[in-house]
Design a binder for this molecule. Structure first.
Ligand code: BES
Ligand code: MN
Ligand code: ZN
Length: 505
């Protein structure tokens, strides 16, 4: 994977050569036994430096020493973790990110997976899961999308030169625990890559072609071409793509790791490879961001890759609708009426409300074809969700309390947070049309994210379903310890967790 640091696990070995040595300490600058062993005589210097710098080991603080006497490393980084007993799983992942953030691009680093008082027994300070969490955080943090940069500043060596040794008391345990987490991280990075790609490179056909790589992990991949989509009657999806010289595609990905005969879980993604708005064209400012309007589809691909790579014990299907929304002589007009695969007719009010048209057909197709246990769709659907929830939470809309609850819990566990929004008959009425069964906007800006969700709900029947509006989280995303990319890959970790905690085995 691009920019991935080379990560290896090895036993705690004081005196091992390293450019940078990273150790963790808790409040009061206390170290675990392994970290203390690695510091050796330098422990005293650390104590002095900490006192002078008023470094107390609070969470999010670091202390750096250059060429510390008694150490082989040229640089020592001490990262404060706060109270060890307060650390949740995601905090350890973030610590990995923080550690990676302190490494230079050409470093040979040793990171000591140790905390005082944590993980008892011979294994030392961090248990294998925590050492693996650290590693996952490092991989997520190291990602940078720079494949189109032909010039580098002299100090900007390719990040691939970075190698990190995670020193741990249980090398085999950590390696085993990391295999699964690496599969998930790879899925996140794949999603980020897809979202970051420019729209001249990643148009529907090319996006579809890239999903074929999932076959290597054991997924079945089927690409539905124009003829197939017409035959299925996906008039809503095809209407969106008809103003583009690029053909539309739907991709169906299947991973069968579950018991035979069980209904699959289904994930559906909006894949608008570029959204100009169509005839209801968007203003110029910021339109380049609309290359990310396929973040929902990218997440589904990353998730399927992760589930397959870690051999999840579940039957999962991922279905993505890939189109480009362009204005040209053949583009769909406001006032057009299209017929969806469900048979329901839709009056187009605004050609910029295109995501729901794509998803309406894909949701219906998925429900009919796979009779899934549930459907979760992801879509950069509305600007209104950014107004409501900012970049911190994705909007969650659902017809099912249990699924909602599970998504919320998975969100808390992974830090990919969701906030449930309402659905109701009064909002549903707002998309009734004078001329067709429904129209594609609510007619005003009021409750814009909700009327969009109501539209989707008309294509799911009684199937337990949740819609995640990720316009605020999937792209132009919040920078944090484990993400420095415009495209966050949001949702891969959340949905992988949903599957792992509730639908496997
Ligand atoms: N792709 C946009 C939503 C969007 C906006 C995503 C900003 C990410 C950042 C979507 O297709 C759209 O244009 N929605 C319209 C709907 C409106 C015309 C009813 C919107 O949000 O303005
Ligand atoms: Mn749009
Ligand atoms: Zn869009």
């Amino acid at each position: 994977m691009a920019n991935a640091p080379q990560i290896t696990f090895s036993p705690v070995a004081p005196g091992k050569a390293a450019d940078t040595l990273v150790v963790f300490c808790d409040e009061g600058v206390k170290f675990g036994a392994d970290a203390a062993r690695m510091l050796g005589e330098a422990g005293e210097i650390v104590a002095r430096a900490a006192k002078f710098e008023k470094f107390t080991g609070k969470s999010g603080t670091t202390l750096e020493l250059l060429v510390p006497e008694g150490l082989k490393a040229d640089r020592l980084v001490v990262i404060g973790v706060g109270k060890v007993s307060d650390l949740k799983q995601q905090d350890v992942v973030k610590l990995g990110g923080a550690a990676m953030g302190k490494l230079r691009r050409i470093d040979n680093a040793v990171v000591v997976a140790d905390l005082p008082g944590a993980g008892k027994g011979a294994a030392g300070g961090m248990n294998p899961d925590q050492a693996a969490d650290l590693a996952q955080g490092m991989v997520l943090r190291a990602y940078a999308f720079d494949r189109y940069k032909t010039k580098r500043k002299p100090d900007e060596e390719p990040a691939a030169k970075r190698s990190v040794t995670i020193a741990t008391g249980d090398v085999n345990g950590a390696r085993k625990a990391f295999a699964e987490r690496e599969a998930i991280a790879d899925g996140v990075l794949l999603a980020r890559d897809l979202v970051n790609e420019p729209p001249n490179v990643l148009y529907p056909e090319e996006f579809a072609r890239r999903t074929l790589a999932l076959k290597k992990a054991g997924c079945a991949v089927e690409i539905l071409n124009m003829a197939a989509l017409k035959k299925l009657g996906m008039g809503a999806l095809l209407g969106v793509g008809q103003g583009s010289t690029r053909e539309s595609r739907v991709v169906v990905m299947r991973w069968n790791g579950g018991k035979k005969g069980a209904a699959p879980v289904a994930f559906i993604g909006k894949g608008v490879c570029f959204d100009t708005g169509g005839i209801s064209i968007k203003p110029a400012a910021g339109m380049e961001d609309m290359k990310g309007d396929m973040a929902g589809a990218a997440c589904v691909v990353g998730l399927m890759q992760a589930l397959a790579a870690r051999k999840a014990k579940v039957d999962a299907v991922g279905v993505i609708g890939l189109v480009e929304n362009m204005p040209d002589g053949n583009a769909q007009r406001p006032g057009d009426i299209v017929k969806s695969m469900s048979g329901q007719t839709i009056e187009i009010i605004n050609t910029d409300a295109e995501g729901r048209l794509v998803l309406g057909d894909v949701l219906w197709y998925t429900k009919e074809k796979f009779k899934p246990k549930f459907m979760v769709n992801l879509a950069t659907l509305t600007g209104a969700i950014i107004v409501a929830l900012g970049h911190e939470y994705a909007g969650l809309f659902s017809n099912n309390d249990e699924l909602s609850e599970r998504l919320s819990k998975s969100g808390e566990a992974t830090g990919e947070l969701v906030w449930r929004m309402p659905l109701s008959a009064t909002f549903d009425k707002m998309i009734d049309s004078k001329f067709a069964d429904m129209k594609n906007t609510g007619g005003s800006r009021a409750g814009g994210s909700i009327t969009a969700a109501q539209f989707l709900q008309r294509f799911v029947d009684k199937t337990p379903w949740a819609h995640l509006d990720i316009a605020g989280t999937g792209m132009d995303s919040r920078q944090n310890e484990i993400n420095k990319s415009w495209a966050s890959g949001w949702g891969v970790r959340l949905l992988d967790r949903l599957v792992a905690d509730y639908y496997e085995g």
